[in-house]
Design a protein around this ligand. Structure first.
Ligand code: PBG
Ligand code: ZN
Length: 328
């Protein structure tokens, strides 16, 4: 008998054969592009730690949204950096808040682009935490239930402004239920919630906090975001969010949490999103700019990896580049 009997290499011998047996294929349908809105006009500030990512005034966001749509990317997710921050996160739920304005203008200009809005308070609070603090608290132990009221109000104002999907990211207990109730009461029964269901307390968010100017002034987010050592707890979190009415579930970050993406996918039939976060982008970009890696190949391999792990949707700062590469 001749060895080896089975030659796995047979199906790798020609590019067409490889195409035929490829299990996972990334498409532009899978991508969501994050954008950062700032007050003013004509503004495009590159984020120091995220080459190629900008804080944009609303006029520039609109231009960007058109480009994103033309590239075939179905959705953006908006973050806002308000002119003023306070302890009540007024800028988050104000009818004329920066993210509300951006959502309205984008929907006017590009009605068919899906606008997801991140619903959290950390960009809008003076202390940079994701909710209310006890007066005098210098540890960052966010008060859960009072924060839910603010989140409800924020979500409703975002949908009033034109948001298609609400994405709560603050990891408060009961936030999906509270927001669902708020939206339903406002007549928005059909607005889906994409919950940041399993969001870890990660150092990979560092560059995002430069972009969103949302670094906590004291303490950290470990009393609300998850401990990186915990896997089963992600399943508890998603079970809660499903029971509370979430329509889609997110795992975040993505690269160091591929096992969580996989486990969440096995545990639910709802769509699963992975957030390829700022620090993951910055690391890859830094290596690429140094000429140490092949940017296109590494990005496509990484994004395909998220999809293979179970992500139906990928939020990524590489979305525009990936869409261009997919097109060629
Ligand atoms: C707000 C929020 C954060 C990110 C998305 N929404 C930051 C944080 O929790 O500090 C991170 C995104 C990224 O790093 O790209 N809660
Ligand atoms: Zn937050």
């Amino acid at each position: 008998m001749k060895f080896p009997a089975y030659r796995a290499r047979r199906l790798r011998s020609h590019p067409q054969l490889r195409r035929m047996v490829r299990e996972t294929v990334l498409t532009t349908n899978d991508l969501i592009y994050p954008l950062f809105a700032v007050p003013g006009s004509g503004i495009a500030n590159e984020v120091r730690s995220m080459p190629g990512v900008y804080q944009l005034s609303v006029d520039k966001i609109v231009e960007e949204a058109k480009q994103v749509y033309d590239l075939g990317i179905p959705a953006i997710i908006l973050f806002g950096i308000p002119a003023d921050k306070d302890t009540d996160a007024t800028g988050a739920w104000h009818d004329h808040g920066i993210v509300q304005l951006a959502a309205t203008k984008v929907k006017e200009a590009v009605p068919d682009l899906i606008v997801i809005v991140d619903t959290c308070l950390c960009e809008y609070t003076s202390h940079g935490h994701c909710g209310y603090l006890q007066v005098g608290d210098l540890t960052g132990r966010v008060l859960n239930d009072p924060t839910l009221e603010l989140l409800k109000k924020t979500a409703v104002s975002q949908v009033n402004a034109g948001a298609d999907i609400i994405a709560p990211s603050g990891m408060m207990d009961g936030f999906v239920q509270a927001i669902r109730q708020g939206l339903d009461q406002a007549g928005y029964e059909d607005t889906p919630i994409l919950s940041y269901a399993a969001k870890y307390a990660s150092a990979y968010y560092g560059p995002f906090r430069d972009a969103a100017e949302s670094t906590p002034q004291f303490g950290d987010r470990r009393t609300y975001q998850m401990d990186p050592g915990n896997g089963r707890e992600a399943l508890t979190e998603i079970a809660l969010d499903i029971a509370e009415g979430a329509d889609m579930l997110m795992v975040k970050p993505a690269l160091a949490y591929m096992d969580i993406i996989w486990r969440v996918k096995q545990a639910t039939h709802l769509p699963v999103a992975a957030y390829n976060v700022s620090g993951e982008y910055s690391m890859l970009k830094a290596a690429a700019l140094n000429g140490w890696i092949d940017e296109e190949r590494v990005v496509m391999e990484t994004l395909t990896g998220f999809k293979r792990a179970g992500a139906d949707l990928i939020l990524t700062y590489h979305a525009k580049d990936a869409a261009r590469w997919l097109d060629t």
